[in-house]
Design a protein around this ligand. Sequence first.
Ligand SMILES: [Zn+2]
Length: 282
Amino acid sequence: MRNPVGGHVPVAGGLASTGLGYARELGAETVQVFVANPRGWATPTGNPAQDERFREECAEGSISAWVHAPYLINFGSHTEATVEKSVESLRHSLRRAREIGAKGVVVHTGSATGGRPREEALAQVRERMLPLLDELTHEDDPYLLLESTAGQGFSLCSRAEDFGPYFDALDHHPRLGVCLDTCHIFAAGHDLTAPGGAARTLDELVATVGEGRLRLIHANDSKDVAGAHKDRHANIGVGHIGQEAFRQLLRHPATDGVPLVIETPGGREGHVADIELLKKLR
Ligand SMILES: [Zn+2]
């Protein structure tokens, strides 16, 4: 299948029983989950029975799984306590990902807080994030996927070319990859709706990080116009990105084999419609 299509699924009540139950209702071919409260620092242990069922059912259904690390993580923070918690939180997501058989962990690229220069923040990314990548030595360890932001504040990575210094800071580690969020990249100023805009954006990304690094797409439409630096997801086709841009994205060689995960509003009904539409567009 060129592009498996699925969604971020709730897991309160059990990774397998709730998460995969919801995935089935959506007709999802891939799933993304949280393994901790996304707005907290807790690092809960999993439920071994649910973990095992999750791994088995994903394998049986050929469903790839992805973990989204908590939102509070910021490796560019000038506050040491935040950086320390970021390390522990991301290490936890990576460990849990391996335990549940997930292929990758998505982490936000963060921002340079406290007025510090970007170079200083990136040096800290190297110092604190690179060791976590070096811990990924098993064959079944997940990839670490960097997700750029909509470009608010002192974001370290929002435009395609910003992945360059970030990848440099992490020595282009073999376990490093990219999760492209269509809403974020659009908000950061890449107009996916301009003639050739989607292809140009992907070309720029590949020119920056190389081939084979794009491993996941967060397929979200945008409630705001290109370059608005606003992170407000819309249902596919009804935002400012529109169906045609998604159709173009799905024709580019860089997206061949890359799963699409929706993180859109609208509850079950909205999710079912988004997944159906993306399957039609692929
Ligand atoms: Zn996203």
